[in-house]
Design a protein around this ligand. Structure first.
Ligand code: GLP
Length: 254
């Protein structure tokens, strides 16, 4: 696993956007899975700029949403669906047949999971997953304790996720369950880029990079991935040991 530390959110987002650009240039029909949240927001804005500048063409890509809050309508600001359309799909002009998101209002969530897994299998795996990390170490909605061999599934959200998740919503919202790609998707993806910024993420980043590899902190399984990259800013790297800092490929602009 490669660790890259950047001066600030702007610099890490520029790097993340370049990583996505590189994948698309190498494979124009790449299958890309996108997380939502504060961490990748600027990355997506920079990607939109690259498209406007003619540097990338996503017209042959397949775009998959990482996760969704069960029961939250797609039109609600705060849903992953709403975020992805607002921040990336609409500004990039992505056509509907390229977009694959969980329908979290479906009466048959099991079928939603099956359909997503089938799609990924038919596409021959995911070329790039862009993910964030929750305060409890979750990736997507792979909450602490989740088996590593899970594909898409529905999960009861833990209390940290239910509380922290309120930040995305204008009004208090019931966030009891999530639907998400699994850790097995993560481990089988060709490449994974994890983004984290700010000192609020410093403790979980330290656990992820220096603690034991355990499903108690799901993000630690990324250390078993041969092509995973953790892109963080100096604040998120603030609690890392000197050894990790030395091991990390320190970005030139730090
Ligand atoms: C949320 C989402 C994740 C996201 C993570 C971090 O609950 N389900 O997909 O990556 O938590 O979010 P943020 O970037 O806002 O800290």
């Amino acid at each position: 696993m490669e660790i890259k530390i950047f001066k600030d959110y702007q610099a890490l987002s520029e790097q993340a956007a370049s990583e996505i650009e590189e994948v698309i240039k190498l494979k124009p029909d790449a299958v890309i899975c996108l997380a939502t949240g504060e961490s990748p927001k600027l990355t997506y804005q920079l990607l939109v700029k690259k498209l406007i500048d003619g540097k990338i063409d996503l017209s042959d890509c397949t775009l998959i949403g990482l996760d969704e809050w069960v029961g939250v309508p797609p039109t609600t600001e705060g849903s992953c669906h709403h975020f992805l359309y607002k921040e990336i799909f609409s500004p990039l002009g992505i056509s509907e047949n390229q977009i694959h998101l969980f329908d979290a209002l479906s009466g048959n969530l099991f079928l939603e999971c099956q359909n997503m897994d089938k799609l990924i299998l038919e596409k021959g795996d995911i070329d790039l997953m862009v993910v964030g990390i929750g305060m409890n170490g979750h990736i997507g909605f792979n909450e602490p304790g989740i088996p590593v061999d899970n594909y898409s599934h529905v999960i009861n959200l833990d209390s940290t996720t239910q509380t922290v998740g309120q930040k995305y919503f204008a009004h208090p919202t019931e966030l009891k369950k999530g639907i998400t790609l699994g850790l097995k998707h993560l481990l089988q993806a060709e490449k994974v880029v994890l983004l984290a910024n700010g000192d609020k993420k410093a403790s979980i980043i330290k656990e992820t990079l220096e603690g034991p590899i355990s499903i108690d902190v799901p993000a630690t399984v990324l250390r078993m991935h041969l092509n995973a990259m953790v892109i963080i800013d100096e604040e998120a790297a603030g609690l890392l040991s000197e050894k990790t800092l030395l091991d990390s490929q320190t970005a030139s602009n730090v």
